[in-house]
Design a protein. Structure first.
Length: 225
């Protein structure tokens, strides 16, 4: 028998052990998010493949799961777990699931643009984008950011409503080859304002779509998120 060295063995166990984020059951394999029975529940809230939102300027947003009041204990639990911990395997599995469902079959050559994080840390949107890129074989472009605090000073006078509009800037404009599509990646879509800000920061390109893990309409208010 060919046993791996002890250190590797311990590391492997550490990587494959997790607690189900929905029911708390300890698990030893899987996607590092939900136990098998909770994973089946999650699949009940998959958005139908034809479901998409179209924004002005014509770009589409698609998502994997519908986050509603009914699905808060399942989809909400998944999102909260993904946002709070480094469940990289779960992102990988969800990216593979996205690929398997072929939600956006018109996207032939995706170029993934993750939603930027305020503090510059590579967060959940980055993890999702990176795993999508590895599943699809597309590249990542970290071309979006927030305006510098100094240059954003006048925004302070705009009030809360205006600040919520989430102004994004393009740090550079990715060059697209033939048949490439910019895919803006975020974890949750609510009002769509971040996707619209990304689209407009990048000059409102026609080859642009937005993908999110979950769609949570604004009316759904509870859940620590
Ligand atoms: Zn469970």
């Amino acid at each position: 028998m060919n046993l791996p060295p002890f250190r590797e063995w311990v590391a492997e166990i550490g990587a494959s052990f997790y607690v189900c984020a929905r029911c708390g059951r300890a698990e030893w394999s899987g996607v590092a998010l939900f136990c098998p029975s909770c994973s089946w529940l999650l699949l009940e809230y998959e958005a139908p493949s034809e479901r998409a939102r179209s924004w002005e300027h014509g770009f589409l947003t698609r998502w994997l799961f519908d986050w509603t009041l009914d699905s808060d204990s399942t989809v909400g639990a998944a999102v909260r777990a993904l946002k709070s911990g480094a469940r990289r395997l779960a992102w990988r599995s969800l990216a593979a699931h996205w690929g398997a469902r072929a939600l956006d079959s018109e996207v032939i050559r995706p170029v993934f643009v993750p939603s930027p994080s305020r503090d510059g840390v590579r967060d959940h949107a980055f993890a999702f984008a990176e795993e999508l890129a590895s599943v699809w074989g597309g590249r990542l472009e970290l071309c979006l950011g927030f305006p510098m605090e100094a240059s954003a000073k006048p925004q302070k006078k705009l009030g809360a409503a205006a600040r919520r509009k989430r102004i994004l800037i393009a740090k550079y404009f990715p060059k697209l080859a033939a048949r490439e599509t910019l895919v803006f990646v975020d974890d949750v879509i609510t009002t769509g304002s971040t996707a619209r800000a990304a689209h407009s920061a990048l000059g409102r390109p026609s080859d642009f779509v937005a993908w999110a893990l979950a769609s949570r309409p604004k009316v759904v208010k509870f859940g620590e998120f």
